[in-house]
Design a protein around this ligand. Structure first.
Ligand SMILES: [Zn+2]
Length: 379
C-alpha cells in the first residue's frame, strides 16, 4: 500500500509506503495539488474501559459529594455494565477517531475481584491487530485495606495485565509507604511497569511523588513508572514544584494528565523544560465518575492546550505531542511514529497544520492501523 501525497506533521508532501503492518519508506511526493495532513496513530494514555456507559442509554447520576460517595456510586453504576460490550463500543469509537494505542486501568476490588480483568483481557484479544491495548491492574478500593486485593492483583498480572496500578496511598490506604511498597513489590515480581493514580493535594501529594521516585530509583525502573494526575505539582509553591520536576526527571518518572477543568495540573511547559515526559489521557469517559469527555484524543489535546493557556502554534503542537509521541514514550508503546520501521498507524486529516488538527472538529478522512484501513462509518 502506498499512502500518496500526504504531509507528515504538516511537513512537505510525501508518499508513505506500507508493507504488512510496517511503514517501509517515506519519499517525496511527485504529485501536485492539495494534500492531507498525516499524524501517527494517536495514543490514549489513561482511560477506564470497564466503567463506561458508551453506547448505552443515558445513566442518571445522583452521586453524593464525598470521595467515598463516588466510589460507592461507581460500584452501583458499573453493576449493569458488561465491560466487554461497552468497553468495546468505546474502543471502536476511539479507533475511528484515530486512536490506535490505548492504556486502560481495570478495577480490582472486593466487589468485582477479577471479573473486569477477565472481560478486558478478552476485549484486548478481540481488538488485537487493530488497536494495541495495555491494561493496568487498578486497586479502586485500596490494596492494604481490602483483604485479598494484593493477591488478586498478583493473579491479574499473571493473567496478562501489562502494568501495576495504585491509588492515593495516604488517603485511601492511610499508609503511603505500605501501599507503594505493595505496588512496587508486584512490579518487581512480575517485571511490569507502574502507573499510579495520585489525586492527593499539595504537600501530601508531593510526599507521595518523592516516595514513588525513591522506589523507582531503588528498583532501576527509570522510564517505566507513571504518576497519573499528580495535581500536587500544580498546587505546591513554584520552588517546591521545580525540585519535584527535577527529581522526576532524574529518576525517570513520567506524568499523565487529563487536564480537567476542576483542579490545578502539572504544567506541560515546566515538564518539558525539566525533561519530564508528560502525556495525556481522558480518564473517565461518560461513566459514573464523569458524564463528559469523548473517545477523541484531538479533543483531549485541545483540553491540554486550553488548560496550559497555549495560543501559539508551537505550543498547541506540544499539546498534540501529549496524545501521540509522548503518550507512546510514557506508556512504552514500541515502534511508534511516522518513520520507516514503525508500525503503520496513520491518521489522515483535512488540516493545514498540526495545530489546526487539534482544534478542528472534523473527523479523520482516513485511519490506518497495523497497515490496514479502518472503516469509518459508525454502525
Ligand atoms: Zn483514572
Amino acid at each position: 500500500m502506498i499512502v500518496r501525497h500526504v504531509r507528515p506533521w504538516g511537513g512537505a508532501p510525501t508518499d508513505i509506503a506500507v508493507e504488512g503492518d510496517r511503514i517501509v519508506a517515506i519519499t517525496p511526493s511527485a504529485a501536485k495539488g492539495p494534500s492531507l495532513l498525516a499524524l501517527p496513530g494517536l495514543v490514549e494514555g489513561h482511560c477506564h474501559l470497564d466503567k463506561t456507559f458508551w453506547g448505552r442509554l443515558w445513566w442518571r447520576n445522583e452521586v453524593g459529594p464525598r470521595r467515598e460517595d463516588r466510589i460507592a456510586n461507581d460500584r452501583v453504576a458499573r453493576r449493569s455494565l458488561d465491560p466487554r460490550r461497552e468497553g468495546r463500543a468505546l474502543a471502536e469509537e476511539h479507533l475511528r477517531n484515530g486512536t490506535t494505542r490505548l492504556r486502560s486501568h481495570v478495577d480490582i476490588d472486593d466487589d468485582s475481584r477479577l471479573r473486569h480483568v477477565e472481560a478486558l483481557l478478552l476485549l484486548r484479544e478481540e481488538m488485537q491487530g487493530r488497536m494495541e491495548i495495555q491494561l493496568v491492574a487498578f486497586p479502586q478500593a485500596a490494596i492494604l485495606r481490602t483483604r485479598g486485593c494484593e493477591e488478586w492483583m498478583d493473579e491479574a498480572l499473571r493473567m496478562g495485565c501489562d502494568a501495576v496500578g495504585g491509588l492515593d496511598p495516604s488517603l485511601i490506604d492511610r499508609d503511603p509507604v505500605g501501599h507503594l511498597d505493595a505496588v512496587f513489590r508486584l512490579a518487581e515480581r512480575h517485571g511490569k511497569p507502574v502507573d499510579i493514580h495520585l489525586h492527593e493535594p499539595g504537600e501530601l501529594g508531593a510526599f507521595a511523588l518523592e516516595l514513588v521516585a525513591e522506589r523507582t530509583r531503588a528498583l532501576s525502573m527509570k522510564g517505566r513508572v507513571t504518576v497519573s494526575h499528580a495535581f500536587a505539582l500544580g498546587e505546591v509553591a513554584p520552588e517546591r514544584a521545580a525540585a519535584l520536576y527535577a527529581l522526576l526527571a532524574e529518576t525517570g518518572v513520567s506524568l499523565c494528565t487529563s487536564a480537567p477543568a476542576y483542579r490545578a495540573t502539572p504544567s506541560v511547559r515546566r515538564a518539558r523544560e525539566a525533561g519530564v515526559v508528560l502525556f495525556a489521557g481522558n480518564d473517565n469517559i461518560r461513566d459514573g465518575w464523569n458524564p463528559a469527555n469523548a473517545p477523541d484524543m484531538r479533543e483531549r489535546a485541545e483540553a491540554v492546550a486550553l488548560k496550559n493557556d497555549f495560543r501559539r502554534d508551537d505550543e498547541v503542537e506540544w499539546a498534540l505531542e501529549t496524545v501521540s509521541t509522548l503518550g507512546a514514550q510514557g506508556c512504552g508503546f514500541a515502534d511508534y511514529g511516522l518513520t520507516p520501521g514503525a508500525r503503520a498507524d496513520i491518521v489522515l486529516l483535512e488540516a493545514d497544520t498540526p495545530a489546526e488538527a487539534v482544534v478542528s472538529r472534523d473527523r479523520p478522512v482516513r485511519v490506518i492501523s497495523h497497515g490496514r484501513d479502518i472503516p469509518l462509518a459508525r454502525s
